[in-house]
Design a protein around this ligand. Structure first.
Ligand SMILES: C[S@@+](CC[C@H](N)C(=O)[O-])C[C@H]1O[C@@H](n2cnc3c(N)ncnc32)[C@H](O)[C@@H]1O
Ligand SMILES: Nc1nc2[nH]cc(C(=O)O)c2c(=O)[nH]1
Ligand code: SF4
Ligand SMILES: [Mg+2]
Length: 231
């Protein structure tokens, strides 16, 4: 199913039941919280279809109530772990508002991994971090001011020489698309080598991203969970 998922629209419901692929305890392998112990909540379905997507988010039949989902998180979350990462699929496709609010109320930090194309009214909190990995030429305008960090997936050669960011489509192989840039962004920009499931290509992608970081001042992140064979 990877890279061949159906395109699913955003659902507008009360968020009291969510379609969830998995809940698991691991080390955050990407972005600003890399290396931190965290519980991942992987939501199902996505509104995009990146041809190189590395994730299965369509094979679950689990639709827990909010209460059951919170219990599932508690069941795998050590007392010292306060970081919950909500990812997917595309997490903004479902109403994760009640989940986020409850986790924040319980004193957790919440980090969301999103493609940036959808919006959901979420509470303002210094314990809520939204990391956007752009896949399209435009993002939802209401989300952009809430984005703490950008994390671009980059393959060797796929970068504008001017700013070192991707200029090829994520949705269609061998097609051009200049991915979104936020000129006013003052936070971190991460470049992350695309995993092409091939050690030679992946080595090239890693070296290319290291060069981009050195040339443009970006931060390099390496999906360390894959290096460690962690989920
Ligand atoms: C599976 S996505 C889910 C969250 C959200 N839909 C998004 O794209 O940010 C989680 C992260 O994995 C990254 N990702 C997906 N496939 C990848 C691949 N083949 N190589 C490197 N990163 C990948 C995405 O860019 C995103 O940062
Ligand atoms: N360990 C680990 N870290 C991650 N960071 C972002 C992930 C994702 O799939 O959203 C991910 C993941 O799948 N596993
Ligand atoms: S937006 Fe994220 S989850 Fe959806 S296909 Fe792309 S990488 Fe995969
Ligand atoms: Mg992943």
């Amino acid at each position: 199913m990877k890279g061949k998922n159906p395109l699913r629209r955003q659902e507008r419901d009360d968020g009291q039941t969510l379609w969830i692929q998995e809940v698991f305890y691991t080390l955050q392998g990407e972005g600003p919280y890399s290396g931190q112990p965290s519980v991942f909540v992987r939501t199902c379905g996505c509104n995009l279809r990146c041809y190189w997507c590395d994730t299965d988010f369509e094979s679950s039949t689990w639709r827990p109530s909010l209460e059951d989902l919170l219990q599932a998180i508690d069941a795998v979350c050590p007392a010292f772990c306060d970081l919950i990462v909500i990812t997917g699929g595309e997490p903004f496709r479902q109403n994760i508002g009640p989940l986020v609010e409850t986790l924040l109320t319980r004193g957790k930090r919440v980090q969301i991994e999103t493609n940036g194309t959808l919006w959901l009214d979420l509470p303002l909190s210094d314990r809520l971090t939204i990391v956007c990995s752009p896949k399209t030429s435009s993002l939802h305008p209401k989300l952009v001011p809430r984005i703490s960090a950008y994390k671009y997936v980059v393959a060797a050669g796929d970068a504008d020489p001017q700013d070192g960011l991707p200029i090829n489509s994520t949705q269609k192989q061998d097609a051009e698309m200049r991915l979104f840039r936020h000129d006013g962004h003052v936070g971190a920009i991460y470049v992350m080598p695309r995993d092409d499931n091939d050690e030679v290509l992946n080595r090239r992608n890693r070296d290319f991203c290291a060069e981009l970081a050195l040339q443009h001042g970006y931060r390099l992140c390496l999906q360390t969970h894959k290096l460690l064979n962690l989920r």
